[in-house]
Write a protein that binds this ligand. Structure first.
Ligand code: NAD
Length: 275
């Protein structure tokens, strides 16, 4: 399936739509990942803390899709931040995934109270130099956290994965990313499913003869974002991938913008999260 990709400043590319697998146990992840890859997805987003890296690895192997054709992301958990502990945690992730490299490794949260994200970033730079990580990025970083790691190392992350949905569009952060050549990736892109119940979204879906999930995913695509909707239900995994053959118009974009006033953060605030 022909699908859009976005270029990183390091020369690599990421498929714009991927499968998220948060809150998916190992046995369920095997099937979800296999179905997604059979459907045409070529990008999977996991994390050490999801405790399903084994299932993701097994799903990849079960799909028969070649490893080099898949863009695989995992994330370093907060308690493993620090230089040596990051290198050890990365080895453990690779072992669980059953692969010898990942396409993208992310610092899951800045965890500013721990104050170890600079040393963690130095370990990420080492992993990229070793070739065991193709691209390095961050998640849930605010602009000052990014400025600090770049100030101390000179290395810009390729991507920042943040909570972002049409009613919580993070315009300031996106402008900052754009200025620095950082790709923005949307987590909880469907508002964890809540947004799909919204009558305004249903209206846009009806206009295009699409489902609410498809028009929300299309909103992310048309905004140049990388989007990782989660589902473990095969029919929804297929549905969420059918968002490439239509576009939203200016009127739709304005209607989506109207949701901003009722929108809010669903997940933790990176500054106050205590995990
Ligand atoms: P999401 O916004 O992707 O919503 C997923 C939920 O929406 C599903 O559980 C289901 O209830 C519903 N849904 C999905 N497709 C549907 C469809 N076609 N029709 C009807 N309902 C549908 O939520 P998410 O899982 O929180 O976020 C996606 C991914 O982002 C995660 O799986 C994970 O990979 C990543 N994530 C990262 C962070 C981070 O800190 N970096 C935090 C949260 C999530």
């Amino acid at each position: 399936i022909d699908q859009p990709t976005i270029a990183f400043h390091d020369g690599n590319r990421i498929p714009q739509v991927g499968l998220g697998v948060w809150r998916t146990p190992n046995d369920t992840a095997v099937n979800a990942v296999r179905v997604a890859l059979e459907t045409g997805y070529r990008h999977i987003d996991t994390a050490a803390i999801y405790e399903n890296e084994e299932g993701v690895g097994e799903g990849i192997r079960a799909s028969g899709v070649a490893r080099q054709d898949i863009f695989l992301t995992t994330k370093l958990w907060n308690s493993n931040q620090g230089f040596d502990s990051t290198l050890a945690a990365f080895d453990a992730s690779l072992k669980r995934l059953g692969t010898d490299y990942v396409d993208l490794y992310l610092i899951h949260w800045p965890a500013p109270q721990r104050d170890r994200y600079v040393d963690t970033w130095k370990a990420f730079i080492r992993l990229k130099e070793e070739g065991r990580v193709r691209s390095i990025g961050v998640s849930n970083f605010n602009p000052p956290h990014i400025e600090r790691i770049v100030g101390e190392t000179g290395v810009m992350p390729v991507i920042n994965q943040i909570e972002l949905h049409p009613d919580f569009p993070r315009k300031e952060e996106r402008a900052f990313h754009q200025k620095h050549g950082i790709v923005t990736q949307s987590w909880s892109p469907l508002g964890q499913g809540q947004l799909l119940e919204n009558p305004v979204v249903a209206g846009i879906a009806g206009k295009h003869g699409r489902t609410p999930a498809q028009v929300v995913i299309r909103w992310h695509i048309d905004n140049g974002l990388v989007v990782i909707p989660k589902s473990v239900t095969p029919s929804r995994i297929v549905e969420n991938f059918k968002a490439f053959d239509f576009r939203l118009d200016d009127e739709d974009m304005q209607t989506f913008a109207g949701l901003e006033k009722e929108g809010h953060r669903i997940g933790p605030d990176p500054m106050t999260a205590t995990f």
